[in-house]
Every structure is written in C-alpha cells, then in structure tokens.
Design a protein around this ligand. Structure first.
Ligand code: HPA
Ligand code: ZN
Length: 326
C-alpha cells in the first residue's frame, strides 16, 4: 500500500470537527428546497466556487450563511448522519464533535431541536456503525460573554447529552480571557473544556486557554512555535493539539502543506492529532487530511501510526471504550 493509503486506513479518532462545517453543497440545496429557503447561489458549482478564503473571517461569513438552511431536527440529523457515514469510511472509531448552538438559537431555532437532531444521529451511528462519540458545545467568541452565559443556561436541562464545552469563531481580538467566568462555571458542571487558540491568534492566547480556561486540549495551537518555552511546556504536559492541516492551508495559516509544522511538533514530543475541522469547506475529511500529510511531509509509517494513536490518547474515552479501540 502507498503511504497515503496506509494513513487513510489507520484506525483513528476525530477530535476537531464542527458539525455545521460538514454541510456539503448538495445537502445545502436539498435542505433549502425542503425548507423553502432561497440561497444566493445558482447551483452546487457556484457554492463550491465561492469557497476561496483569505483568512478565518472570510470563511466564517460563508459558514454562518450556509447554516441558515438548517431548521428542523431532521435537518440536523441528516447533516450529522452524512458526516458519520464519511467518518466510518475513513476508519474513524470514535468522534468528538463540536456544535455552535448560538448560530441556530439566534435565528429562532430552539436549542432542543438542534440537540435532538444531532444527538439522535450520533446514537444511530453508535448502534449502526459502531462509532463512539462525545458532543461538545462551543461558545461563539465574537459574541459577548453574557451570550455564552445565556447559552450555558439553555444547555443546563440537557447536560446528560453534553460532554464538554469549547470556544470557536473569530479568534483575533477575542482572547480566551474574555470567557474566563463562563468557562469556570462550565467546569463546575464536571465537564472538560477545550478552546481554539493559536490558529490566527498569538501564542499568548494558548497560554491563556491553559491557565485561565484550564482546557484539556488546544484546538489548532500551531502558532505555539513562536514561543519555544510554550512548545516545551506543551510537550512536557502532553497537552494535545487538534491540528487541521487542510483547514490551515485553506485559511492561509500556512502557504501550503509542505510548510506545515505538525511533523516538527510531533518530533518535539507534542501530542499532535490530525483532524478535518470543516471538511465540506476545506476540501477533505479526516482520511483526506491524513493522506495529504503523508504525501506532503513524507512522515514514516511509525509517525503516522503515532498521529493516529495520539487521537485515542487525547480522546475522552472510558476504559471500556479504550479497550474497544485497540
Ligand atoms: N476556527 C474558529 N472557528 C471555527 C472554525 C475554525 O477553524 N471552524 C468553525 N468555526
Ligand atoms: Zn475548528
């Protein structure tokens, strides 16, 4: 087998996946038709042609607009199910997915509608595909902390189906410190927390996520290389980084995949993992990300296996689930 096929076929966990970012243009049009929503695009090709991004914000503008076709629990179910079928084909045994409730509740969609649809599909995926899962509620950092507090309040009646909390959306100008109070409250609920940091933001945002939010993983984190003491700390603490290679190229964090630093970080002893972020927008699911890394960076097979093993190390697995993923 080629190195790329070897990488694709490794058993893996996915730990950085925004379910709204798995909305393929075909499903976007199907849901628009089902719900009587008019899209500002003529067809699927026109949507795909619009996926040329300058930076994180230019992507987020389209990502939030695309989500407007999601209205009913069935819509959220169908979105999540389509992702799980792709994940299964990429040999994902366990997935920890993000959802952005504020994107939907701010349009008048009830929190329970979103959660029922996503969670129903995740349970079906566990039963029919054998994919284990965790569901992580992300707060939108471009909105005020008070809006995150209100979202946490809305989540309280549903905590049995929410496994952790995260922080996403526009990073620049919205440091983790802005959310220190709501994260402290989330942690008192006995749930682990994560945060996007060091994608476009400076290494200081990674340090804030660690020290102020007390995250158990850093989402992205690739700008840590600008602070050697921080890199040493991340290695010493085996703090996982959920790296998203194709996303980083699409959003111009790196000029191309050959320039990506993930293999350097792996060799420095960091718990680097490979993930797809928003695969419908960035041109590939997690298997494509593994294959692209194999082709662009020429890692050894042992290094590819380490990247896949790291995903299970960093996942929130029970002892029983861990045994099943061996
Ligand atoms: N960064 C920040 N917010 C996001 C992303 C991302 O890569 N994807 C979806 N929301
Ligand atoms: Zn992300």
């Amino acid at each position: 087998t080629s190195l790329a096929d070897y990488a694709r076929g490794l058993p893996k966990a996915e730990l950085h996946l925004h379910i709204e970012g798995t909305l393929e243009p075909e499903l976007m049009f199907a849901l628009a038709r089902r719900n009587g929503v008019t899209l500002p695009y003529a067809d699927v090709e026109a949507v795909r042609a619009a996926y040329r991004f300058e930076d994180l914000q230019s992507f987020l503008d389209l990502y939030y607009a695309g989500a407007s076709v999601l209205r009913t629990a069935a819509d959220f179910h169908d979105l999540t199910w389509a992702y799980l079928e792709r994940a299964h084909a990429d040999r994902v045994l366990h997935t920890e997915i993000f959802f952005d409730p504020q994107t939907h509740t701010d349009r008048g969609i009830p929190f329970a509608t979103v959660l029922d649809g996503i969670h129903g599909a995740l349970e079906r995926g566990r039963r029919e595909l054998g994919i284990g899962y965790r569901l992580i509620l992300c707060f939108l950092r471009h909105l005020p902390e008070a809006a995150a507090e209100a979202t946490l309040d809305a989540a309280l009646p549903h905590l049995d189906r929410i496994d952790g909390f995260g922080l996403d959306s526009s990073e620049r100008g919205h440091p983790p410190s802005k959310f220190a109070r709501v994260f402290a409250r989330a942690r008192t609920l006995g749930r682990p927390v994560v945060a996007h940091a060091g994608e476009e933001g400076p290494p200081a945002y990674i340090t804030e996520a660690l020290d102020l939010l007390k995250v158990v993983r850093i989402d992205h984190g690739v700008r840590c290389v600008e602070d050697p003491a921080l890199v040493a700390r991340l290695a010493r603490e085996r703090m996982p980084l959920t790296v998203c290679p194709l996303s980083n190229v699409k959003l111009r964090v790196f000029p191309d995949l050959a320039a990506h630093n993930l293999l350097t970080l792996l060799r420095d002893g960091l718990c680097v993992t490979i993930n797809s972020d928003d695969p419908a927008y960035f041109g590939g699911y997690v298997g494509d990300n593994f294959a692209a890394v194999a082709e662009a960076l020429a890692p050894s097979r042992a290094e590819l296996r380490q990247l896949a093993d790291n995903s299970f190390e960093a996942a929130w697995l029970t002892a029983e689930e861990r045994a099943r993923c061996r």
